[in-house]
Ligand binder design. Structure first.
Ligand code: G3P
Length: 214
């Protein structure tokens, strides 16, 4: 499974990159707003650190504007993937950009049929939002399972990018369900390598060594 980081924070992106686990980056308007920087400039900076796909979301909501903004974002670097909302206009823009060789990430996907439509329109990635479905008392992981099944049934090449991941168990369930990619906040990456038995074991090894050799 590929692992992306879900942030526009350059320090976190650099740290994850240095760990050797990073295959790409996803950003969105909320994440850029948190940084308080120009979206295009930050994307260019991210693309200097990460060679893999970097998702750049459009702010526009209508077809023609999405198309223009998408092309503009795509011109920033070769590894930019244009992120579009899973709406009717987004679908149309997905088809047009895909036909022009621009990779797209269809975001805010909350039901399996949206994922079927965006795959037919040529999307490179689809982003089902697990955590936000859990937030309303439903099971976000079921969506990953359904999309995986539909894509496998028909050999659809769009990659399932599990998004809105809040904790390591989300990531584990995504890997078991066969998501192609998961995008996670830096805090989730850090938590994965934190295990009390690892810490206790390490402490014991070092204590034994010190006792024997001083
Ligand atoms: O990048 C979109 C997605 O991962 C957002 O996550 O936690 O705001 O639902 P969250």
């Amino acid at each position: 499974m590929e692992l992306y980081i879900d942030t526009a924070n350059l320090d976190q992106i650099r740290q994850a990159h240095e760990l050797g686990v990073l295959d790409g980056v996803t950003t969105n308007p909320t994440l850029i707003a948190k940084e308080g920087v120009d979206y295009g400039t930050r994307l260019a900076d991210i693309c200097k650190v990460v060679a893999g796909p970097v998702s750049a979301e459009v702010i526009a909501t209508t077809y023609h504007e999405m198309l223009a903004e998408g092309k503009d974002r795509a011109s920033i670097a070769d590894n930019i993937v244009v992120k579009l909302p899973s709406t009717i206009d987004g679908l149309r823009a997905c088809k047009a950009l895909s036909d022009q060789g621009v990779r797209t990430n269809m975001t805010l996907c909350f039901q399996a049929l949206q994922a079927l439509m965006v795959a037919k329109a040529g999307a490179y990635l689809v982003s089902p939002f697990i955590g936000r479905i859990d937030d309303i008392g439903e099971d976000g992981m079921e969506l990953i399972v359904k999309i995986r099944q539909i894509y496998d049934n028909y050999g659809l090449p769009t990659k399932v990018l599990a998004a809105s991941i809040r904790h390591p168990n989300h990531l584990l369930q995504c890997a078991l369900a066969g998501a192609d990619v998961a995008t996670v906040p830096f805090a989730v990456i850090a938590k994965i390598m934190n295990h009390p038995l690892t810490d206790i074991g390490l402490e014991q090894f070092l204590a034994d060594y010190r006792k024997a050799f001083g």
